[in-house]
Design a protein around this ligand. Structure first.
Ligand code: NDP
Length: 332
């Protein structure tokens, strides 16, 4: 049972030596209600960087020498529960390893008519995060402008597609000309702005001639600085993530005093959220999105890396924007 464990807490940027690849025994004994699973696909997500630190957060840190956590698509190997038969595919919190023991209540059987990785992407947590943040907090209205960063990733690309379906102008912020092209040509954004080259603030202002009504915050730092002056009165800002801050502080972030002033003057609404806050809406999300995925009306993009051994370098690349779409490790 190959496992990637957390070897030490990162100092600033995550590094390969923060992880240790070990060979552990395959768990043999199962307690009642436990199921042995074999991971097939592992989702790599920005939040994992936070779990490597021991700062207080909404979820506990990974302990040193524990396997890294993560969602997986796995196959049931051994089960005494008649609801889970060997060979069945499930969505699990299987972690960065070949095998895991999971409680039956934590597993969800996946629809085998759909590509399994969709459950880590459009039909999984990232897709649902976009839906919950945009529809429940952003509340986009026909004709308004919605801006999102990390726009070709699984969350941002779904925000853009849902914004278009709500009749909005959808503006992407992405890293590099290739991702900007992808945002417009593949995901259907009306415009895309490159945050790595050119004049971010000026380019964004040109892409948003009527200002910004919903800023779906994935990034923080310089990107937030560029969006702030464009926010319209009564703009909504679902605060989903601040990926520019995860790997060590980006030094040129916005100053709180000016944000507070704008919040008052423009009557802005900011709301942080964790996708699990909206668990009660997961059913309505799946009901709406599953048929759209099956017909191709909602599209996705996956960056599948072969081999569990490559997980740390792929994850480090994710924090630097080297992924092209939802980053997934194909384990076996
Ligand atoms: P992505 O797959 O899009 O990966 C992260 C992307 O962030 C990179 O590809 C890169 O895209 C961009 N990025 C990284 N560093 C910077 C930087 N310094 N400045 C600007 N962009 C940067 O991620 P996800 O779609 O999985 O996640 C998007 C956001 O949603 C994250 O902030 C994540 O933490 C958050 N999230 C929050 C949840 C919640 O419950 N609140 C649940 C799930 C995700 P590019 O090359 O285009 O710059």
């Amino acid at each position: 049972n190959r496992q990637w464990r957390l070897a030490r807490r990162p100092r600033g940027e995550a590094a390969k030596d923060d992880f240790e690849f070990v060979e552990a025994a395959v768990p043999r004994t199962l307690r009642p209600g436990e199921i042995l699973i074999r991971n097939r696909y592992l989702s790599l997500d920005p939040y994992m960087r936070w779990r490597m630190d021991d700062a207080k957060s909404y979820a506990p840190p990974v302990a040193i020498d524990d396997p890294m956590v993560g969602s997986t698509i796995a196959e049931v190997v051994r089960s005494d529960d008649s609801a889970f038969r060997p060979g069945q595919m499930v969505l699990a919190q299987g972690g960065w390893q070949d095998y895991a023991v999971a409680s039956s209540s934590s597993l969800r059987i996946v629809d085998e008519a759909v590509e399994p990785t969709a459950f880590l992407n459009v039909l999984g947590s990232p897709g649902f995060t976009a839906y919950a943040g945009l529809m429940k907090i952003g509340m986009p209205k026909q004709g308004q402008t919605v801006v999102v960063g990390a726009a070709t990733g699984p969350v941002g690309s779904m925000v853009g597609q849902l914004a278009k379906r709500a009749g909005c102008r959808a503006v992407a912020i992405a890293g590099g000309p290739e991702k900007c092209r992808l945002a417009v040509d593949h995901f259907g954004f009306d415009a895309a702005v490159d945050h790595r080259g050119g004049d971010l603030a000026g380019d964004l202002a040109k892409a948003c001639p009527d200002g910004v009504d919903v800023y779906f915050e994935n990034i923080g730092g310089r990107v937030l600085d560029a969006v702030l002056p464009l926010l319209n009165d009564f703009a909504r800002i679902p605060v989903c993530g601040v990926v520019s801050q995860y790997d060590g502080d980006e030094s040129d972030g916005t100053r709180l005093a000016s944000v507070m002033r704008d919040t008052l003057v423009k009557r802005l609404s900011w709301r942080g959220f964790i996708v699990t806050d909206f668990a009660a809406h997961r059913g309505e999300f799946l009901e709406m999105i599953t048929p759209l995925v099956k017909t191709g009306a909602i599209v996705s993009l996956e960056d599948v890396v072969d081999g569990l051994e490559h997980a740390p370098e792929a994850f480090i690349g994710l924090l630097k924007g080297r992924n092209r779409g939802k980053l997934v490790i194909h384990i076996a």
